[in-house]
Design a protein. Sequence first.
Length: 348
Amino acid sequence: MKALVYHGPGNKAWEDVPDATVQDPTDVVVRVETTTICGTDLHILQGDVAAVTDGRILGHEAVGTITAVGDAVSGFGVGDRVLVPAITKCGRCVYCQRGMPSHCQTVGGIGWIFGHLIDGTQAELVRVPYADTSLYAIPEGVSDEQAIFLADSLPTGYEVGVLAGGVRPGDTVAVVGAGAVGLSAILTTGLWGASKVIAVDTNKFRLTKAIEFGATDAVEVGPGTVADVIALTDGLGVDVSIAAVGYPATLLTAASLVRPGGTIANIGVHGTPVELPMQDMWIQNVKVTMGLVDTVSIPTLLKMVASGRIPDEKMGTHSFTFGQIDEAYDVFKNAAANEALKVVITPG
Ligand SMILES: NC(=O)c1ccc[n+]([C@@H]2O[C@H](COP(=O)([O-])OP(=O)(O)OC[C@H]3O[C@@H](n4cnc5c(N)ncnc54)[C@H](O)[C@@H]3O)[C@@H](O)[C@H]2O)c1
Ligand SMILES: [Zn+2]
Ligand SMILES: [Zn+2]
């Protein structure tokens, strides 16, 4: 089979590798029919994720069809169309039982293993461990383009942004960073009845998308960002401030937007320390939340996607074949300049 193989920082190749096979009785093999690229894949290619070593197949999002099943798999069979989510879970360890498979102890101490600790989904075939507890059947009527973003970005915006932020009916919400993840938070905040959703970004195209995805207001980052957002909330600040960029400055912006009693929900992956102004924050009764996505909201989101309430297929702005995967990475790497959000990659 062919797969996108990581060969150290800055190096990757679409090349021939041995076919993925069932190794453990709880495995299945999935023929990948749609995959995509995540910002994390770009971090890996920069050499930021030390656990990913030379020879690893990249990718942690897929939709496809099962081609082989292990002896212990009872919930899925050959020919089933499935969603392969970013998180793999045993369903039995203490974290899985707490609904926190992001820290599944059985699969490697962290639930994100595809394209990280084991071979990933940017390939013609992928081996899926703990298939019964990890995979989701895709209902008829849900297209590959609707299902693929349920593997990672949509549950991330929803779980680590909207749910962790505790959005309630009537709330005002700010989303700092309207990339795929921030836009996913915007797409799902409405489900909880937010009265106002304010998108904050440096990029005009992303702000246009934010309005299209359900934001009520868009604020372009400038010297008056904080004042502009506060002015939109009767001078109070927002109830929930979602940070979806991953830089110290953007987390501080998100923290400046929240009103007393509110929540700052950080989704961003941070690589350096952030100094929070605790001398101002302690008296505000605010909460700060953060974490790795669990993807446990997939069944809920899948129903909303199937019924058309969440038009997440709009996230896919560019399509490529496996043979064009280098081009797909180039477009995604310069997403803002290319007016791209997520790329859809298919066998072609
Ligand atoms: N916690 C998790 O489980 C999890 C999972 C997936 C991704 N993430 C993280 O979420 C973050 C967002 O991911 P993404 O895929 O949407 O990234 P992205 O790069 O597509 O989007 C980031 C957005 O932030 C905007 N931006 C840049 N600088 C800004 C600034 N100073 N102020 C306001 N906006 C600014 C960009 O224009 C862009 O629209 C990343 O840090 C990513 O690593 C976290
Ligand atoms: Zn990801
Ligand atoms: Zn587990």
